[in-house]
Design a protein around this ligand. Structure first.
Ligand SMILES: Cc1ncc(COP(=O)(O)O)c(C=O)c1O
Length: 397
């Protein structure tokens, strides 16, 4: 079995990574230390799987980058991946190649929501969920998640009340949840699907974060009983799992033929035609050949999580790491520290030289949170945690 190398990181200056760009970091933290470690924007610093790199190298050296199309091989790779990895049955017809999950959300809103219509979100949640409605002058209804210790729970009474009284047209349901990494259980997912059906709210399941599982089992909305599938749109991509976000492809799975036709018509109205050549190659190879790479990546990140949990427990009184079932993005409550998140993030950038995400990048209810990024080497995580611990000692004195 190939042993993949996650200790040797990619040179992120070559891909002009936003995460590592000093100008972009300084636009947020003007006095950031020159030798900063970025633990913010959600991509990983590993080199992509060698199988993907080889396929892209062949394409690059061949030198032909003309128009392509969504191939049958690509569709089959999606169907097989969803079956083998997520135990979901997907018909080939249900799958539509798209140009990013967030663009897909914008297109869906344009296709289905009239002026005055709204979407429902459980917050805090990934910022672009709200932008998709706001950019299209549609409303956003938020129902805060309930923080039970280090886990979020859905507020069923408030969700039902919002559906019954405010009539949202759809809900973007983030499973696994970004920012906390919480995986919603099969029972929770089914309850949400039942409420959606009862109140005629389309269930839109964002499963982008389902590839790195730290603990527990992920259930895709595609595994719901058949009666719910007609009211379901599933959006996902290999971008988080395999770090392909810059290739800008993703896809939707829509079992309901009428809904699918409406969605595709809106794509056609925007004249989106042929996909990106490297994106399709990378996605197909990832799904066909890179399951083992993903397993090893997940195990590597799990060790980063262990290092981070140990450091926070030992050196950061007042910080609480939310239970992270999935992904590589720990969500840390600093409410117990008595120091606000902006001050902490700014001091970490300037004194420790560690750049972290801040709660207000998310939709609502995230006033006392920082988000870290573990998609890097063990050495970088150890360095970052020890720098932050030294700064935190000074901040508390
Ligand atoms: C919940 C969620 N959905 C979608 C995306 C973007 O997905 P994609 O790369 O497929 O466009 C992200 C990226 O961070 C995300 O966190």
């Amino acid at each position: 079995m190939t042993q993949y190398d996650f200790d040797t990181l990619a040179d992120r200056s070559i891909d002009n990574a936003r995460k590592w760009d000093a100008g972009i970091v300084r636009s947020k933290f003007p006095q950031v230390r020159a030798d900063f470690i970025p633990l913010w924007i959600a991509d990983m610093d590993y080199q992509a799987a060698p199988e993907i790199r080889d396929a892209l190298a062949r394409m690059a050296t061949n030198g032909a980058y003309g128009y392509t199309y969504a191939t049958a091989r690509w569709t089959q790779s999606v169907v097989d991946w969803q079956r083998l990895r997520h135990h979901s049955h997907v018909e080939k017809d249900w799958v539509t190649l798209g140009y990013g999950t967030v663009p897909n959300m914008h297109v869906l809103i344009q296709a289905l929501l009239a002026p005055g219509d709204s979407i429902l979100l459980n917050t805090p949640v990934y910022g672009p969920f709200a932008y998709a409605a706001e950019h299209n002058d549609r409303g956003v209804i938020t129902v805060p998640l309930i923080k039970n210790g280090a886990r979020y729970d859905l507020d069923w009474a408030k969700i039902e009340e919002a559906m019954r009284t405010l009539h949202p047209k759809l809900t973007f349901f983030c499973n696994p949840h970004n920012p906390s990494g919480r995986i919603w259980t099969e029972a929770e997912l089914t309850r949400m699907a039942a409420l959606c059906l009862k109140y005629h709210v389309l269930l839109v399941s964002d499963e982008v974060h389902s590839e790195h599982i730290m603990t527990g089992t992920f259930t895709s909305a595609l595994q719901l009983p058949a009666k719910y599938l007609d009211n379901l749109v599933m959006f996902t991509s290999p971008n988080k799992g395999f770090n392909l976000g810059g290739l800008k492809l993703s896809y939707s799975i829509i079992p309901n033929a009428e809904l699918r036709a409406t969605f595709r018509k809106r794509y056609a109205a925007n004249s989106v035609t042929s996909p990106n050549v490297p994106g399709q190659i990378a996605m197909t190879v990832a799904y066909e050949q890179c399951g083992e790479w993903l397993d090893q990546c997940e195990a590597y990140i799990r060790e980063n999580l262990r290092l981070t949990q140990a450091a926070i427990a030992a050196d950061f009184p007042g910080w609480e790491l939310m239970d992270m079932d999935s992904s590589y993005l720990p969500w840390v409550s600093v409410a117990g520290s008595g120091i606000d998140m902006h001050t902490i993030a700014k001091t970490m950038a300037e004194d420790a030289g560690v750049v972290v995400g801040i709660g207000d990048d998310y939709v609502a209810n995230a006033d006392d949170f920082l988000r870290l990024n573990l998609g890097t080497s063990h050495a970088v995580i150890e360095d970052a945690m020890s720098r932050m611990a030294a700064t935190w000692r000074k901040m508390r004195d």
